[in-house]
Design a protein around this ligand. Structure first.
Ligand code: PMP
Length: 352
């Protein structure tokens, strides 16, 4: 006899990871940082004692982030990646029967996290330019909505939410509704009109901002992200977390990354310059590219997505396919740019 599982969980697809690339291919499917680990980070990891449990409260890292941002450490919560923080915050606010609203397409993990909480996803389509339609998202809020997620820059399409769009959105929703501003790619944003969540924390009692060390700081493998927001909301999130899940190597490496912020930001600047070069070249090929403000670009390949993905792969580019919709390609190593552009040009030339 089959074990009785929650049917909605048994029906879920487990997280789909970007495929590993062959030795001679570029893995551009997970928006990872292409630079090698900074030596200070490797050193910080090596100095930890794996025989001891980590500091459950990540005290030193929270104090450091608090000092850097001018925010009290009790308004910062550290998690094993920002995806863990998303889950904790959704669990803290949304129960079975409640709704969680977000734009779509967006980060693939959102629907699964909502289902795990037993809540219901309500999605609103993105605009034709790949950006969030925030007036439509505000209009989708009902008395059952407990959480709204806004992703800027949006994964996988790339555009930002502007400060003005976000202010109008916050004015349109009740301040009892938890708003999660997912800024996983904030360090790659160059558009001066973009929202920046952190200076807004004092203005909105219902705002939580999510950041990560996975992308700009190159610590994806260590799993460390942080949330900034009201202390009582973060305390509730903490109560849903698996205790001690942020390891000591992760905490130490994050502090080492902050110690070398200027150098790591220099690497981010290189990725931004490479992204803008790729954007201009793809647009010159005729791609109607949504404005990329993260470390990735979006090719709207529609029904040709799988065929286009095969062409990219033949040129050694492993990207993330969303069949029927498009392809997200991370900005990776300098050596990956030429094969990416060559394969994208072949897609334009050979597919209808
Ligand atoms: N939010 C967005 C929009 C993402 O794209 C990702 C990673 N792909 C995350 C959150 C989670 O990142 P992490 O758990 O590595 O911090």
């Amino acid at each position: 006899m089959a074990v009785k599982l929650r049917p909605e969980i048994a029906a879920l697809q487990p997280y789909r990871q970007g495929r590993p690339a062959a030795a001679d291919a570029f893995k551009l499917s997970s928006n990872e940082n292409p630079f090698p680990a900074h030596p200070a980070i490797v050193e910080a990891i090596a100095a930890t004692n794996p025989g001891r449990y980590p500091d459950a409260a990540a005290t030193v890292l929270r104090e450091r982030l608090g000092a850097d941002y001018g925010i009290a450490p009790d308004r910062i919560h550290v998690g094993s990646g920002s995806v863990a923080l998303l889950q904790q915050l959704i669990l803290a606010a949304a129960a079975p029967g409640d709704e969680v609203a977000y734009s779509w397409r967006s980060f693939e993990a959102y629907p699964g996290l909502v289902t795990v909480a037993g809540a219901t996803s309500v999605t609103v389509p993105n605009r034709a330019d790949g950006g969030h339609d925030l007036p439509a998202l505000a209009a989708a809020v009902t008395e059952r909505t407990r959480v709204v997620i806004v992703c800027t820059p949006n994964n996988p399409t790339g555009p930002i939410v502007t400060a003005d769009e976000f202010a109008a959105f916050m004015a349109a929703v009740p301040d009892t509704l938890l708003v999660l501003l997912d800024e996983a790619y904030r360090e790659f944003v160059t558009d001066p009109a973009a929202v920046d969540g952190i200076p807004l924390l004092d203005r909105y009692p219902n705002l939580v901002v999510l950041r990560t060390f996975s992308k700009a700081y190159g610590l994806a493998g260590l799993r460390v992200g942080y949330a900034l927001g009201p202390a009582e909301v973060l305390d509730a999130a903490r109560s849903t977390a698996i205790p001690l899940s942020v390891t000591e190597p992760a905490q130490r490496a994050a502090i080492a990354a902050l110690d070398h912020d200027a150098e790591l930001r220099g690497r981010v600047d290189e990725i931004i310059a490479r992204r803008d070069r790729i954007r201009d070249a793809l647009r010159a090929q005729g791609w109607p590219l949504p404005e990329p403000q993260g470390n990735f670009v979006w090719l709207a390949t529609g029904e040709q997505t799988v065929a286009a993905g095969e062409i990219l792969e033949r040129h050694g580019i492993i990207a993330r396919l969303f069949p029927g919709d498009g392809i997200r390609v991370s900005v990776g190593e300098e050596e990956s740019v030429e094969p990416l552009l060559r394969s994208a040009e072949e897609v334009v030339r050979t597919l209808p």
